[in-house]
Design a protein around this ligand. Structure first.
Ligand code: FAD
Length: 373
């Protein structure tokens, strides 16, 4: 006998991990998705994502990371595949900003190994880098690459095998968080609770989000390095390049994935229904930042200019909270939610099943309050 029925809006990593947390606690779950499942237009749909303990100003999220890794391992064990590749993370600093030193502080606290990389050694160790303007660098462990498309795909198959009902190409027009119901066309679907995990579209179903979690048009480039740098990228770490003129994150090519350079500067602009092909204007800032960071970047083949959308909050904290007697918002993004999605989704399921106090959920998910042991 199911513990109750929960309706989840959105089949991104947020909605699917919440569904996973619920079904493993005995709930019946139905997932509603406006696109295909998984949806290539979602924030979650991509070849790779960085996971890391280095978290700069967000010491609270750094402290959640050991658990985040552990819960992903549980998820991988249940879906029968580990879509994670441990890789060092190279953090490059140009201007003196707190992110660099605060990250080292968190890693000291969490006993995650890291080592300084003298700037004069950068070019020798990482031939693709242009060390001009770099003031400091460190390489850390406790990081790596997650493979979202593979995770989403295996998770959907796993959840369907555990009885989760999927409604693809089904756009939810309204939710009733007091009654745990949602509306699709003229039809009302009733549950015991409803979860809105609608990514950059969440504000359309939860009006109170207006101005709090802002959709942001973000740009990534998939590229292929020139012949002379191919081998260097094959053995490269993941790279975060901090600074006003840089602000990029780079995922090296791994089996089945391309080299990706992404722009971490938030645009806080655009409409998540927009086309997903980036324009020349979209890529100006990112191309300039990539030329700054990487030698001969103009000799790289650009394979794809992609637009992605996510929501950004003022403090980059997640919004995961009750929104009514039988409703919950799951908006964990600001460009850093994938690595924590299994933990946050399972945590929301704990709150729905009463294992965690509902009132503790927002502070915990915002990385601001540890849970009582
Ligand atoms: C370019 C880019 C790079 C990133 N890099 C990293 C990284 O390196 N590390 C990291 O940890 N995080 C990273 N992130 C963030 C991470 O990907 C997101 O936090 C995460 O994917 C958000 O998942 P979600 O499920 O909340 O949203 P989504 O994946 O967008 O899922 C929401 C789903 O809801 C559906 N939906 C919306 N409205 C409705 C409706 N009315 N009815 C039915 N369905 C609806 C949408 O179609 C969508 O499929 C990155 C994000 C982007 C875009």
């Amino acid at each position: 006998m199911a513990k109750g029925k929960v309706l989840v809006v959105g089949a991104g990593i947020g909605g699917l991990c919440t569904a996973w947390g619920l079904v493993r606690r005995g709930f019946a779950v139905e997932v509603f998705e406006q696109g295909s499942i998984p949806n290539p237009r979602s924030s979650s749909y991509d070849e790779h994502r960085i996971t890391r303990h280095a978290y700069g100003d967000f010491a609270g999220y750094a402290r959640l990371m050991p658990e985040a890794f552990r819960v992903y391992d549980e998820l991988f064990a249940e879906i029968g595949a580990t879509h994670f590749d441990p890789l060092p993370l190279l953090v490059i600093q140009r201007e003196e900003i707190g992110w660099f030193t605060k990250s080292m502080g968190s890693m000291d606290e969490l006993a995650v190994p890291y080592r300084d990389v003298p700037v004069r050694e950068l070019a020798g160790r990482y031939p693709m880098l242009d060390p001009e303007g770099v003031t400091a660098a460190f390489e850390c462990e406790g990081a790596g690459v997650l493979f979202p498309i593979r995770i989403l795909t295996d998770l959907v198959v796993h959840l369907a095998g555990r009885g989760v009902v999927f409604h693809p190409n089904t756009k939810v027009e309204a939710v009733d968080p007091e009654r745990g119901a949602l509306t699709v066309g003229a039809q009302v679907h009733a549950g015991d609770a409803v979860v809105v995990a609608a990514g950059a579209w969440a504000g359309r179903l939860v009006p109170s989000l207006a101005g709090l979690a802002v959709p942001s048009r973000q740009i990534v480039l998939y590229v292929a390095p020139p012949p002379g740098l191919h081998a260097a990228w094959r053995d490269a770490p993941a790279i975060i390049d901090l600074g006003e003129r840089s602000g990029t994150y780079t995922l090296p090519p791994r089996p089945g994935t391309r080299l990706k350079v992404g722009d971490h500067h938030f645009t806080r602009l655009g409409d998540p229904d927009d086309d997903r092909v980036a324009t020349e204007v979209d890529t100006v800032r990112l191309l300039a930042a990539a030329r700054l960071a990487y030698r001969d970047f103009d000799r790289y083949a650009v394979l794809e200019r992609k637009v992605c959308y996510y929501t950004v909050t003022e403090d980059e904290g997640f919004l995961v909270e009750p929104i009514g007697a039988a409703g919950y918002l799951q908006s964990a993004c600001s460009g850093h939610g994938f690595k924590l999605a299994a933990l946050i989704g399972d945590g929301l399921a704990r709150a729905i099943s009463g294992e965690m106090r509902k009132d503790d959920l927002p502070g915990w998910a915002a990385g601001k309050a540890a849970l009582a042991a």
